[in-house]
Structure formats: structure tokens, C-alpha cells
Design a protein around this ligand. Structure first.
Ligand code: ZN
Length: 329
């Protein structure tokens, strides 16, 4: 007996087990609940009011919820699964995502029944939150024999603190977790490479320019309008002839977002993604480097440089003007 392999096998044994059987909605589909929902989300569609009303499809799960008093007809599979993970040190939980599929509209008076099954348990994953397991539960919602929709939700049950299971009473049998940096990020040894650009006939010239460390902007061969990103035809006049001009490299931050979630392999959140307005007037999405993610500002002057991301990838990025190279980012 021992360790993560054994735990993984025990977790996989939950796949296919019922999490709820023959559940029944606490109330039939009804207009007051529909009205409250629509008011809460600000949906004024006439489809959800009046004699011919249907329920908003996104209310699917609402009809199955137990409310404060809960449901009595829930099977113990979830509780068992969670207890197993808790005992192994994966004590924290976060909901990660939800998918719904709608097959038949729900109307006032429909009596809803549902079954839920543990559909998948992932292998052990290392995430920014900590190592853990993703558990996917699928609920089938019916009216009579008719499937009205499915509701899938996924949670991550993880060992908090960005580390593997540790501490008193928890999981002394667990092997050491995947090495993590002090900030909880995945160690560089296992870090995946940044995604490669998709190079096609329309944008090959742009990437050829980047390889020579030149940022090329397309210029219409007819009206002279500049365009970015690269396209086969002119946005202004439709002409297909073009040549290029090389960007001076000066620009400003036109807009930006700071990415926290979802995490993508090879990216280390939080980080800023900016729309840069080049001096030539076109805009492009890029990185702002040389400044902390929370110090990027609209209007900030930036200067083009080329970053060797890894042995096979060079990208144009923009350094906050006036910042010395190599301080940050
Ligand atoms: Zn044109």
C-alpha cells in the first residue's frame, strides 16, 4: 500500500458512481422563481414571462437545488470521495467550471427529476493553488422520461498553500510533491513551452520580419492604409495588393488587462496583456515588460524590443519607456 499511485487508483474507482439518484425538484418549474431569476440577472426577454413562458435555460440547475434544507436523497459517494481526499491532505476545494447542455425547454408546471454521477476524476495535477485532483460530476435533469438538459460541474480538491500534502496527521505516506518555486509556481524543469504562433499564408511575412527582428506593418497597395494584424485584403478599400513598412518601435499602451485566471501552461499569472498603439497608428496585442503587472497604465509610452522566449521562439514585446532593461519582466 502506499502513496499517490494507490490513492489515484482508489479515486478512479469512484468514476461512474452515483452522486444523486432519483432526486426530485423541491418545486415544479414556476413563474415566481423565473421572475426572481430574471430580475436578479437583468434578463428582460419576453420569452420568460406570460402564458407561454419558458424558463431561462441557464436556470437548469436551480430546479435541482436543495436550498437551506438540502436534499435527503443524496448518495454518499461524494462524501466518501471528499473524505478520502481530505484524509490524504487535499483539504481545500474550489469550483473550476461548469458546462450545461439544453435539450428541451422547461415550462411552468414541469416536475423535474435528476440523477448525478461522478463522471471523471483526473490524475494528480500541479496547479498554482496546489497539487490536487479535478472531480467532474454530471447531472442529468429530466421531465418524465425526457432529458431536459445536463449540468456538468468540475471542482479541484487540492492541498492548500501551493504545496503537496503536508503537516500533522495528513498524508505522511504521500511522496514529495512536484517541486514548486517559493511563489507556488511550477518549477522550470517541468514548465511547458510557450505556445507557438500559427503561421499561415496570410501572416508568414509578419513572422519572417520578426525573425529578422523587424516589426512589419502591411500597407495597402491602392489606398495606402496601414493594417494590423496581417490580412489578405485592405479594410478600407478591399484591395489585395500590399507592401510593408517597418514600425519605428515607438508606441503607447492603449488598453490592458491583468490575467489572474484561468492559468495557462507556460504563463505565470498575474501578468498584463496590453493593446499597444504603435506610432504608425495600428494596434497590436503584446506584452509590456520592464514594469510590474499592476503598474501598467493606459497611455504609458513603450518601446519595441524582441524577446528570445526560448530557443525556438522570438516575440515582439514592449518595454515601458524609461525603464532600464533587465530590471523586471
Ligand atoms: Zn486600401
Amino acid at each position: 500500500m502506499g502513496g499517490e499511485v494507490d490513492l489515484g487508483a482508489r479515486l478512479k474507482a469512484f468514476v461512474g458512481r452515483a452522486a444523486a439518484t432519483a432526486g426530485t425538484g423541491k418545486d415544479p418549474v414556476n413563474l415566481p422563481m423565473i421572475r426572481h431569476w430574471c430580475e436578479a440577472v437583468g434578463d428582460t426577454s419576453p420569452a420568460y414571462a406570460g402564458d407561454a413562458a419558458v424558463a431561462p435555460p441557464t436556470m437548469l440547475q436551480a430546479w435541482t437545488m436543495g436550498g437551506l434544507s438540502g436534499h435527503v436523497d443524496r448518495s454518499g459517494a461524494h462524501d466518501e470521495l471528499f473524505a478520502l481526499l481530505d484524509g490524504a491532505g487535499y483539504t481545500a476545494v474550489v469550483a473550476t467550471d461548469c458546462e450545461q447542455e439544453y435539450l428541451r425547454p422547461l415550462r411552468p408546471g414541469d416536475e423535474v427529476t435528476f440523477d448525478a454521477v461522478i463522471e471523471a476524476v483526473s490524475d494528480r495535477k500541479t496547479t498554482k493553488l496546489g497539487a490536487g485532483y479535478f472531480v467532474t460530476t454530471r447531472m442529468d435533469i429530466r421531465v418524465g422520461d425526457e432529458l431536459a438538459g445536463t449540468h456538468r460541474f468540475r471542482i479541484l480538491k487540492y492541498a492548500p498553500g501551493g504545496k503537496g500534502p503536508a503537516g500533522k496527521g495528513a498524508a505522511s505516506k504521500e511522496p514529495a510533491p512536484v517541486a514548486t518555486a517559493s511563489n507556488g509556481s511550477v518549477s522550470k524543469e517541468s514548465a511547458p513551452r510557450r505556445p507557438r504562433p500559427v503561421i499561415n499564408r496570410d501572416n508568414a511575412g509578419f513572422w519572417a520580419g520578426v525573425a529578422e527582428r523587424r516589426l512589419l506593418i502591411q500597407r495597402c497597395g491602392d489606398c495606402g492604409r496601414l493594417r494590423f494584424p496581417w490580412l489578405p485584403g485592405c479594410n478600407g478599400c478591399g484591395a489585395q495588393e500590399w507592401d510593408t513598412v517597418e514600425a519605428s518601435g515607438d508606441g503607447t499602451v492603449f488598453s490592458y488587462v491583468v490575467m489572474h485566471h484561468p492559468p495557462f501552461p507556460a504563463f505565470d499569472p498575474p501578468y498584463a496583456v496590453a493593446v499597444i498603439e504603435l506610432a504608425e497608428g495600428v494596434r497590436m496585442v503584446s506584452d509590456v515588460v520592464g514594469v510590474a503587472h499592476d503598474e501598467v497604465r493606459v497611455g504609458m509610452p513603450v518601446r519595441l524590443e524582441f524577446q528570445q522566449v526560448d530557443e525556438g521562439l522570438v516575440l515582439p514585446v514592449f518595454r515601458a519607456a524609461g525603464r532600464t532593461s533587465g530590471v523586471l519582466g
